[in-house]
Design a protein around this ligand. Structure first.
Ligand SMILES: Cc1ncc(COP(=O)(O)O)c(C=O)c1O
Length: 376
């Protein structure tokens, strides 16, 4: 039983708040798109794709139904299939390896480093003659060490397909996540930094042939000009209405990132001296990394007790993927042991960080954490 009254409620994510913040604008967009009857592959989608491509500095950005499809299509378009092994970090959503599975290839999980991202040494150890691709996952709005991954890929003739579902806007050495490999993918799931009111995703690439195939895959293999079916395809189009919503929010994307980084800075100021915690690197602490803080994932001693303590104070937290790394889901049949990832999953915890939070909410969360460790 809680022993004290809640003084406020800070849910981990506030889905209704994401709409309420700009309700009038969103309703105006709904009305405009619906009155035009512009539902599938219309100008709002084209506009959003053009803006996304120009922001990332890539030749092609193609809206898709979700990031999972984008990964499947990217792998398929890159020629990955049966007999191939694809290395991915086990600290990821199951969507990363399921995309590998669904093109008929073998997903091979590798360990993470202290930054919670793919560990290049673990990649090196997992290479075999069948390895064809690496799928780095740009988790939590942070980009992996793409120099090391790029070197490995070059040395061994491997393709890089980036799962940047959580990485839009984050950079490594000034280069955007999603632009390092033959293709990068993004998710616009509602809780993502750039989220729509349902599912959405995109694939970006500089490769004309991958772009051509992606346009065919997303629309039943049909050539948009001739209507001819040129190959087997899927239905994986980003709804025009979602594209309009995304494009509207994307206009202020830098302001969104700035606010998230300010919130991360605030957590750093409020919790940086608590020895029982490992915080994500503070914004600007490493010139190689520009982080967007899609998530604020800490490591915490006595993590489960801390979670319960915060819950009793009305504070929502989350352990990603329901508390297990991918290779720990028994039904999937993995046999690898990944010590860093396994240790991390006894300690990792995400504190609330989103645009519906006021600084006082953050102080309340941090106050709860400090109180738990007796450092109030
Ligand atoms: C790392 C990662 N990869 C892939 C996905 C799948 O994205 P979507 O839900 O758009 O299919 C997610 C979604 O949360 C994710 O976080």
């Amino acid at each position: 039983m809680p022993t004290r009254l809640l003084t406020r409620s800070v849910p981990f994510f506030n889905y209704r708040g994401a709409f309420a913040g700009q309700e009038e604008e969103f309703v105006r967009i709904f009305r405009d798109v619906l009155r035009r009857g512009a539902f599938i592959m219309q100008r709002d989608l084209e506009q959003f794709e053009a803006n996304l491509a120009s922001y990332l500095g890539v030749k092609h950005a193609i809206g898709l139904a979700n990031c999972t499809d984008a990964l499947v299509i990217a792998l398929r378009a890159a020629g990955i299939g049966p007999g191939d092994e694809v290395l991915f970090p086990s600290h990821t959503m199951v969507a990363s390896p399921s995309s590998i599975f669904f093109v008929g290839a073998t997903p091979v999980p590798v360990d993470c480093g202290p930054d919670h991202l793919i560990d290049p040494d673990s990649v090196r150890r997992a290479l075999t003659s069948r390895t064809k691709a690496i799928m780095p996952v740009q988790l939590n709005g942070r980009t992996a060490d793409m120099d090391a991954i790029g070197t490995l890929a070059r040395e061994h003739g491997l393709v890089i397909v980036e799962d940047s579902a959580q990485g839009l806007g984050s950079k490594f050495k000034g280069r955007f996540a999603g632009t390092f490999g033959v293709a990068g993918t993004f998710s616009f799931y509602p809780a993502k930094i750039l989220g729509c009111f349902g599912d959405g995703g995109a694939l970006v690439t500089d490769d004309d042939e991958i772009a051509r195939k992606t346009l065919l895959y997303r629309d039943h293999g049909r050539n948009a000009q001739t209507g001819d079916v040129e190959m087997w395809g899927l239905n994986s189009r980003l709804d025009n209405l979602h594209a309009a919503i995304l494009d509207f929010q994307f206009r202020d994307y830098q302001a969104i990132i700035d606010r998230r980084r300010a919130l991360a800075r605030l957590y750093q100021d409020l919790l940086g001296d608590v020895p029982e915690l490992v915080l994500p690197p503070a914004p600007d602490s490493n010139p190689d990394h520009y982080d967007t803080f899609q998530n604020y994932e800490i490591e915490a001693e006595r993590r489960d007790d801390l979670r319960q303590f915060l819950k009793e104070r009305g504070i929502g937290t989350l352990v990603q993927w329901g508390g297990k790394a991918v290779h720990q889901f028994h039904a999937l049949g993995f046999t690898q042991r990944l010590p860093n990832t396994e240790r991390l999953f006894t300690r990792c915890l995400m504190l609330p960080l989103n645009l519906t939070l006021a600084d006082d909410d953050m102080r309340y969360v941090a106050g709860g954490v400090r109180e738990f460790y007796g450092r109030g």
